[in-house]
Design a protein around this ligand. Structure first.
Ligand code: FAD
Length: 538
């Protein structure tokens, strides 16, 4: 029987992070993924025409300047990881020909905002400054440290003016926060879009402290040169070069528990792999505890918590485009740099348009809402071998459609994609049918089919709700990444610090596993975490 120190289920960014750190620490680990390729959400695929490379899931990398694995594993100097950080980050064109633009350079963004409201330009300047401080002091470090109970955390945040400010936003909804800071309807529309695009509901109370992070990341977005999968590829190299192993097409049947202890994994092909120290699951709580551990091995407390776990009701509808000629936007006729934005947010002329879209989503309707789109090959020529272009339309969309539920996506997907392309054409007239060579559509149901851990297409393996964050993610029994079952750990985005490509859940799981097994921590404590601890914030 094959034996490893540890088995990691799921080779997405978090599972790979765990494996890479532990392999480098000298452990022999096995990463097992059910798909035929590692990477999970770090996927770059030729889903349209050969030679056109599409990031089919994560495309915008939002924590590059903070994420410890990128530095600790030296993926840039040992290998060839590099990032593209476009000057013009987000543009929101309106139907009357005006537009709002956010740049890396806050002052340039203020200039754009000033055309709508001088007061908002100043508010944005202030918001950028305080949200930068909040990111450095607390929000980014909190991503890379295991959580403490909420009341304890709140008391600590009270001790510093910036973190106090951030914490005081908690009780407000994203819309209330944006409305309190900004007066222009259009500025509000853009900043509310940024607040919500990763899964916060516009009227959700209790997670307002995340709004500065969500907005702030709106001008810190990078593309991975060569496609997002390149990060997974390099993490994989790191694992293998340090003597560990990755298997794909490996579907676990059960996590073997004997006398309350984790002993290994049995796979669907009948093979059994022994884990001498631990099994780490990057899967969601239902997969981990119900499908693989089995209810019979759960104590009632854990069972109740797992059964209470909730997924988002909405996810992303995407259309990947192979394009002959890059889009030329009408608004760029007077200012060509507007053709070089990383993200275009289209289809919202007001905050009310956005709110109506969210209400449509809540009601299971596709409605007439907008989306964001991106043309990565404009920034990274490696995305197309032919010198042509790739594009992405990415729309927040319900998992279940009215009246027939998720299966209805099969019937409406093509028609809906046409409507989205039509909207792009309204702003970039050269995006004609002839210019779009091919497209590939993915719905929230497709996401769930591809990644069962993203149930309902929920790309965070669990909704962002006040009781499902921090010390409650995925529940207070498992929030330190260990579980009540000896030798069983969790590391997916259902754990702290949540979804998206932050590597936070993986990094935090590694910290805990290293502590529990006395593994030499060859990596430094993240600088931000050290500084925040010195300030008494954790
Ligand atoms: C359409 C879309 C667009 C997105 N865009 C962005 C973006 O631009 N920026 C961003 O930061 N984030 C984005 N995300 C979110 C991001 O991809 C996820 O939050 C992130 O990948 C979660 O990482 P993870 O390691 O926890 O899980 P995953 O990346 O989902 O990895 C889990 C792995 O487990 C495997 N698996 C599942 N079930 C089993 C099983 N039973 N046995 C074994 N293996 C299994 C899967 O095959 C997968 O490889 C997007 C997600 C989607 C769906």
């Amino acid at each position: 029987m094959a034996e490893y120190d540890g088995i990691i289920l799921g080779g997405g960014p978090n599972g790979l992070t765990v494996a890479a750190y532990l392999a480098k620490a000298g452990l022999k680990v096995l990463v097992a993924d059910r798909r035929y390729e590692i990477g999970g959400g770090l996927a770059t695929e030729q889903v349209t025409i050969p030679g056109f490379y599409h990031d089919t899931h994560a495309i915008y990398h939002m924590m590059v300047e903070y994420a410890p694995p990128l530095r600790d594993l030296a993926l840039d100097t040992t290998y060839d990881l590099s990032w593209i950080y476009p000057e013009l980050q987000v543009v929101m064109p309106f139907s009357d020909g005006t537009y709002l633009a956010l740049y890396k350079d806050v002052e340039k963004s203020c200039e754009s905002i000033k055309k709508f409201s001088a007061k908002d330009a100043q508010s944005f300047r202030n918001f950028a400054k305080i949200s930068d401080e909040a990111m450095d002091l607390f929000l980014a470090p909190a991503t890379y440290v295991n959580p403490i109970p909420s009341l304890e955390q709140v008391a600590k945040l009270e001790t510093h003016p910036t973190t106090k400010w951030d914490d005081e936003l908690t009780g407000y909804t994203p819309k209330e926060i944006v409305d309190a800071w900004f007066e222009s309807d259009r500025v509000r529309a853009l900043l509310l879009y940024l607040s919500c695009m990763w899964g916060l509901d516009y009227d959700l109370e209790g997670l307002g402290y995340l709004v500065p992070l969500m907005i702030n990341r709106g001008w810190h977005l990078r593309l991975c040169r060569g496609g997002s999968h390149h990060v997974a590829h390099l993490l994989g190299k790191c694992i293998v070069e340090n003597g560990s192993r990755i298997v794909t097409g490996a579907i676990p049947k059960r996590i073997i528990i004997e006398n309350g202890e984790t002993k290994g994994v049995e796979f669907e092909d009948g093979s059994v792999v022994k884990a001498n120290k631990f099994v780490v699951s990057s899967l969601n709580p239902h997969q981990t505890f119900y499908d693989l551990v089995g209810k019979e091995n759960l104590d009632p407390n854990l069972d109740t918590r797992v059964s209470n776990w909730r997924y988002s009701d909405w996810s992303l509808f995407t259309v990947h485009l192979a394009i002959n000629e890059r889009p030329r936007f009408k608004m760029a006729e007077a200012n060509p740099e507007l053709n070089n934005a990383l993200i275009y947010v289209l289809g919202y002329d007001s905050e009310a348009d956005l709110v109506n879209h969210f209400e449509d989503i809540r009601g299971g309707r596709l409605g007439a809402g907008g989306f964001n789109c991106c043309f990565p090959s404009v920034h990274d020529p490696t995305r197309s071998r032919t010198g042509q272009h790739v594009g992405l339309i990415s729309q927040e969309a319900p998992y279940k459609l009215q009246p027939d539920g998720a299966q209805m996506w099969y019937r409406v997907r093509a028609e809906h994609a046409e409507r989205c392309k039509e909207l792009v054409r309204k702003f970039a007239p050269n995006m004609t049918e002839a210019n779009i060579l091919y497209d590939s559509i993915s719905t929230p149901l497709d996401t769930e089919n591809k990644f069962p851990n993203m149930k309902q297409g929920c790309f965070k393996e669990g909704a962002y709700l006040p009781l499902q964050m921090g010390f409650g993610r995925p529940n207070e029994l498992c929030s330190q990444h260990s579980t009540p079952i000896k030798g069983l750990y969790m590391c997916g985005s259902c754990t702290h610090s949540g979804g998206m490509i932050t590597y936070g859940p993986g990094f935090n799981a590694v910290e805990k596993i290293a502590e529990d097994f006395g593994i030499h921590k060859w990596w430094p404590e993240p600088r931000g975490v050290k500084e925040a601890k010195a300030l008494g914030l954790f």
